[in-house]
Design a protein around this ligand. Sequence first.
Ligand SMILES: *[C@@H]1O[C@H](CO)[C@@H](O)[C@H](O)[C@H]1NC(C)=O
Length: 252
Amino acid sequence: MSLLNFSIFHPVLMLSAFIGTADGFYEYMMLECVYSTSDYSDMVFLVTMSFNKVVDAQYNSTLGKFVGFNEHAEKSAERWNKNQAFMQGLKADVDTVCRHYAKIFDSAVRDKTVLPKVKLSSVKKAEGNHPAVLMCSAYEFYPEKIKVSWLRDGKLMTSEVTSTMEMADGDWYYQIHSQLEYTPTSGEKISCVVEHASSTQPIVKDWNPSMPESERNKITIGSSGLVLGIIIAAAGLIYYKKKSSGRILVPN
Ligand SMILES: *[C@@H]1O[C@H](CO)[C@@H](O)[C@H](O)[C@H]1NC(C)=O
């Protein structure tokens, strides 16, 4: 019996338990490939069989056999362990299934990195005794591990920094937000520094206290519109002048 035949049989039982009444029976088998080294030398293939949340039997490729955890499962385990073709197939699965897919998943997911989009914005302007609050947000990065810090004229700021945990967007990407409460002084340079596996260099965003980027964008769009308007108006005026000067008014 191949593992495939074996596993097709079990999910069918599970499915029938789901379709049936809420208090039906739930039998399931879990296949796991467990490893922590990048050369896959410590790969372990586990097949765990459970019935109604109770683990009955488990195959562990390091042990090279099934172990039953109750009287019935012990008998089954003994029977499976005697089936040499089946046991050899499971042993081969460490390579053909576990190492094979681990390589694919690692190159597609584990070793993938996506650069964060970093945005620096003002939450609160300084007013009287109240400090200013800046927010540095990093969006859509992968993997989860990231470091966000603040610099004042190149020196690390530690006090008054609050940061959220890395938040999962639910689509493999993450975001994080860090707030800095500080009293601005003129001529200083405040920067947000983001360190992430996707970039060999830290990503640095300098704060421009004169105007946030969104405001600058609005002004750029507004003045472009104004210039365009003036050009069209001027063209219209020239056209009108040309037309009217070509016409001779004849008094009668
Ligand atoms: C698999 O078996 C090995 C050897 O007995 C053991 O060290 C390891 O912890 C087992 N793995 C699991 C998840 O039970």
